[in-house]
Design a protein. Sequence first.
Length: 329
Amino acid sequence: MQSSSELFPVSLISAELRGDLSEDIYLLKPNNSPDPSVELALTRLGPARHEGGRGVPVVLLHGSFSNRRFWYSPKGIGLGAHLARAGFDVWIAEMRGHGLSPRNECYRSNSVAQYVRYDLPAIADFIFEQSGQVPHWIGHSLGGVILAAALGGGYLDEARARSAALFGSQISRIYWPLKIPPLEWGSRLLLRAFPYLSGRRLKRGPEDEPVGLALETLRWLRLFGRFADDERDWWAGLAEVRLPLLAVSAAGDHQDPAWACRKLLEQCSAADSEFLLLAKTAGFSSDFGHIEMLVSKEAQREVWPLAEYWLQHLRLPDGFAERGASQDA
């Protein structure tokens, strides 16, 4: 099959109409990392009829133990489908070994450092090639952490990202036992016995996560750990990011608490940023949870329209957001 790109081999593996939406699924083979077997699935959603052309692209990044179905259910429900119906050119990425992205040869060693150094730039370049426009990016949980790392490391700059929205994403929550070196060493040895962590067995989601990702997280959380890789300090780099940023937290999210999500946004001190707390005290119908903030009937009514508004205006409606540091200055 002829490649769908001049950048690297790309196969269009499916092109279907799903009710009122078109669904095109691409498989990218960037050949830009030490593991040449890496292939990445991208699902593109839009109105079934888009004679006037597609809208501004938006990239959606799923969290841990998840896949594209977090954003777009088989019944055509989800934030991805909502944004496509609103006229956006929606691209749903699936990380290595998740969903329609096959497991690469070095799957066990996959890490955020590899995602941000190799995979996200390739995805961004392909989307620009296809659409001619720089995309917005939205990440949930680990997807937002990956997005923050790519921004802080300079792998996504203004040429590859129009804005970024982080839902339930943080890297500042402290796990005190992991600060004790013998316990951290023991955890590392235990993890090395497994090739992956089973999402179904752990009751965390439908997908597995490579053990390399868990070992990388231990390095961030240990005593004197840093949100960084061997080449760049992602945390320090976030202070230089100037893209419009939105961070969204849920009052009922005990996994990624509001204070930690806010701290991640505050590190982006040069950016025009806004913080949104999904809580009863902020006028919402409930204290949303980590998943419910985007996948629930309440989110469909109350959160999805705000995400759409943000993408259209790069700000939230008056009265919803806390302003970021650069706006307060």
